[in-house]
Design a protein around this ligand. Structure first.
Ligand code: C2E
Ligand code: MG
Ligand code: MG
Ligand code: MG
Length: 292
């Protein structure tokens, strides 16, 4: 009777909620030991100087190769790691791994690039966070000029005064700071004044809207001008089409990070790419793409 009354759709709704919940609980449980099982790895997405076409940086992006569920994207497991508190350990692993890898590339004699690492709010709030960064730099022997930390505006909204103090200390170490996904959340122009950042990354929604509407064009060109007036460098995120890159070049954007140049890739493949002089030509090779 009950099945008839509630109907098939309702049953499916319960079923899908149930599936979601069990998946979440499984990920929550398995995240606890993923680090020690060495199930995480990093991929790197090149950041290209738009006027020379040279790779000048790379963003480290985490992947979780789950033993039975395959590759889990960070958008799914990072929020869970934040909830259950293991994000600080994972974040520390990411930073150590990215710094170690960058030193490897430098030791190969390649032109040094700046490696960017994403931070979570919880990491920034840790009492010993600045010391941890300092320790990792010393341990890996990476020149702080070649490490960049990415923060989002929403991270700064909690505990603003303490966060600003932390950011000043990080700048004191010599690392650079970027605001990630700029324009996506509750953007406030005062952030650019109050936060000691060197780089602003324009959110990809604006970049991808540029070829469709003049509003996004106006927003992007205004952000670039504003940032430059404040001596802040601009990276455009998620440029997928050549038309977008042409537009960004015209607006004086400094760097581009997007599929138009390259998807995130394994460290050894980026090493190969760095060896090659002409990244425009190099990006046509299939091995520059992240294996899925
Ligand atoms: P994010 O920091 O904004 O990183 C950029 C994301 O955009 C990456 O997704 C990248 O693969 C994607 N992307 C780059 N170019 C394009 C493009 O042209 N088109 C499209 N459609 N997408 C593009 P990914 O790797 O899935 O990471 C998603 C988010 O997960 C990151 O966004 C970041 O917020 C978070 N994340 C990744 N790694 C870490 C980490 O180590 N620690 C923390 N706390 N968060 C991380
Ligand atoms: Mg980022
Ligand atoms: Mg971003
Ligand atoms: Mg993001």
């Amino acid at each position: 009777y009950q099945a008839k009354e509630t109907g098939k759709n309702k049953y499916q709704l319960y079923q899908s909620n149930y599936d979601q919940l069990t998946r979440r609980l499984k990920l929550e449980n398995d995240l606890q030991c993923a680090l020690e099982r060495k199930e995480f790895y990093l991929v790197y997405q090149p950041q290209v100087d738009i006027s020379t076409g040279r790779i000048v940086g790379a963003e480290a992006l985490i992947r979780w190769n789950h033993s039975t569920m395959g590759i889990i994207p960070p958008d799914e497991f990072i929020p869970i790691a934040e909830d259950i508190g293991c994000i600080t350990a994972i974040g520390e692993w990411v930073m150590r791994e990215a710094c170690t890898q960058n030193v490897c590339w430098i030791d190969l004699g390649l032109t040094p690039i700046c490696v960017s690492v994403n931070l979570s709010a919880r990491q920034l709030q840790q009492e010993r966070f600045v010391e941890t960064v300092c320790d990792i730099l010393a341990e890996t022997n990476l020149d702080p000029n070649f490490l960049r930390l990415e923060i989002t505006e929403s991270m700064m909204m909690q505990n603003t005064a303490a966060s600003i103090r932390t950011l000043h200390k990080l700048r004191g170490l010599g690392v650079s700071l970027a605001i990630d996904d700029f324009g996506k959340g509750y953007s406030s122009l005062s952030y650019l004044k109050d936060f000691p950042v060197n780089v602003l990354k324009i959110d990809r929604s604006f970049i991808q809207g540029m070829t469709q509407n003049d509003y996004d064009k106006a927003i992007v060109s205004s952000i670039i001008t504003l940032a430059h007036n404040l001596k802040i460098k601009v990276v455009a995120e998620g440029a997928e089409m050549i038309e977008e890159v042409v537009c960004l070049l015209h607006y004086g954007c400094d760097e581009v990070q997007g599929y138009s140049f390259s998807k995130p890739m394994l460290a050894e493949d980026l090493g190969e790419l760095l060896r090659i002089d002409d990244p425009y030509k190099a990006q046509l090779e299939p091995w520059t793409y992240e294996p899925r």
